[in-house]
Design a protein around this ligand. Sequence first.
Ligand code: ZN
Ligand code: ZN
Length: 105
Amino acid sequence: MASEELCVVCGDKASGYHYNALTCEGCKGFFRRSITKNAVYRCKNGGHCEMDMYMRRKCQECRLKKCKAVGMLAECKYSSTESKHHLFHGNVSQRRQPNFHDDHR
Ligand SMILES: [Zn+2]
Ligand SMILES: [Zn+2]
């Protein structure tokens, strides 16, 4: 049988793919907040917490670390500069292609 879809970070019920990984809503939100704020957390356990639904509340550093370990991508982190280079941000669509009919007359 196919397994139930579980968050790869904490094992809670996953809601879908977020930032390139199957995660729950909680981890999605946590990851987004962490990368947008550039948050720095401190683990009390030397960074060796086993992440689960209980620990995710206790240790944010290990949660974020797990998020990255499972392949979550923080592309939004650089949205102010880098992403504008490879995303189409309006400029392209402003200019309409001329109709052939206009040239034709
Ligand atoms: Zn989760
Ligand atoms: Zn920890």
